[in-house]
Design a protein around this ligand. Structure first.
Ligand code: XMP
Length: 323
């Protein structure tokens, strides 16, 4: 397989170039796939969403998208995937509610790498099970982008929730494999995907699982999801957003006081970083008004939380994620 971006390929920097790329890819996809069927794991991230939109344009209902909700997605994400792809783009979308299955497997597991392995393996199992239910699928769509190819032997490999069992034996369809991230976004915009999908900050495969520090419990995970939505909403009001911004809830408690009574509650840790390549990261100064707005909303509305902290640690030595 040819994995080198052609030297003659122009950088896609505007709508006109994106439209030309889309037309070219739609023709190439039709030539490759014919009247075959393609299966695609659609996470709602920008890469898989752009691949889905391209394939819908090229082959319509012969694309079968599978969206696995593993319970570790952010607030509103599964709903948005369903709204954009099933309702607006009329895609053939299978929604798999695998929340209990993942959370049951993760119960009591506190080691970060063990958690990642469970999430990765379970994801492949769920996806393979869905694939086995379908007839006549010959192709597998993938949101591989050029940096994935360049880095495939590097650091990122252990991060990716990757690989399907070889017995599934699909031919790969990778229409954005020569694009850089900024080009994928330009193409996504030209395809009509919503801005909060196209300009989405990076989100790890294991999702909120690595931010619900230690052994995940359903109540702490729900509080994390609510707190994360507040952190994102407040930070997105700023004129310039950091590269990545989210929160974590560690598995310890501290004392709070309410109506004269002392009680134990969780602490939400705000994390916002800037980086070029995620190998090193700096912490931008957030306005105190933003931090205070986050604090006030979280304390007033998120169950079980009685403290809000701001993580000002840089990488190295602190990784961006808490696990
Ligand atoms: P760290 O925490 O290693 O994160 O400084 C660097 C970047 O990688 C993301 N990250 C992951 N992405 N699977 C992923 O797909 C993972 O297991 C994973 N762990 C970290 C992290 O969000 C940051 O952007």
């Amino acid at each position: 397989m040819n994995d080198v971006r052609p030297e003659t390929m122009e950088r896609i920097t505007n709508k006109k170039l994106a439209k030309a790329f889309i037309d070219e890819q739609v023709a190439a996809l039709r030539a490759q796939i014919g009247d075959g069927k393609v299966l695609l794991a659609l996470s709602g991230g920008v890469d898989s969403s752009v691949v889905a939109a391209l394939l819908i344009k090229a082959i319509g209902k012969n694309l079968v998208c599978v969206h696995v909700n593993h319970g570790l997605l952010r607030k509103g994400e599964p709903e948005q995937v369903i709204r954009v792809f099933r309702e607006e783009m009329d895609a053939n979308l299978i929604y798999v509610d695998a929340v209990d299955r993942f959370l049951d497997k993760l119960a009591g597991v506190s080691d970060p790498e063990a958690k990642r392995k469970i999430i990765g393996k379970e994801f492949i199992d769920v996806f393979a099970e869905e694939a086995a239910k379908l007839d006549g699928i010959r192709f597998l769509g993938q949101g591989t982008i050029y940096p994935d190819i360049l880095e495939s032997k590097g650091v990122k490999a252990h991060h990716n929730v990757g690989g399907l069992p070889p017995e599934l034996n699909f031919e790969l369809v990778e229409p954005v494999k020569f694009l850089y991230k900024d080009e994928v976004r330009v193409v996504g915009k030209a395809l009509g995907l919503p801005d909060n999908m196209v300009y989405r900050q990076p989100f790890p495969g294991p999702g909120l699982g690595v931010r619900c520090v230690g052994a995940i419990t359903r109540d702490r995970l729900e509080s994390l999801r609510e707190a994360d939505a507040i952190v994102r909403e407040e930070i997105e009001k700023l004129p310039a957003r950091p590269w990545q911004y989210f929160c974590a809830i560690p598995d310890f408690q501290s004392t709070g006081i309410k109506d004269g009574k002392r009680y134990m509650g969780w602490a939400v840790v705000i994390r916002a970083v800037n980086t070029v390549d995620a190998v090193t990261a700096t912490v931008p100064e957030l306005p105190f008004a933003t931090l205070a707005a986050i604090r006030d909303r979280i304390i007033a509305t998120v169950p079980g939380v009685n403290r809000v902290l701001w993580d000002i640690s840089e990488k190295p030595v602190s990784t961006i994620e808490w696990e």
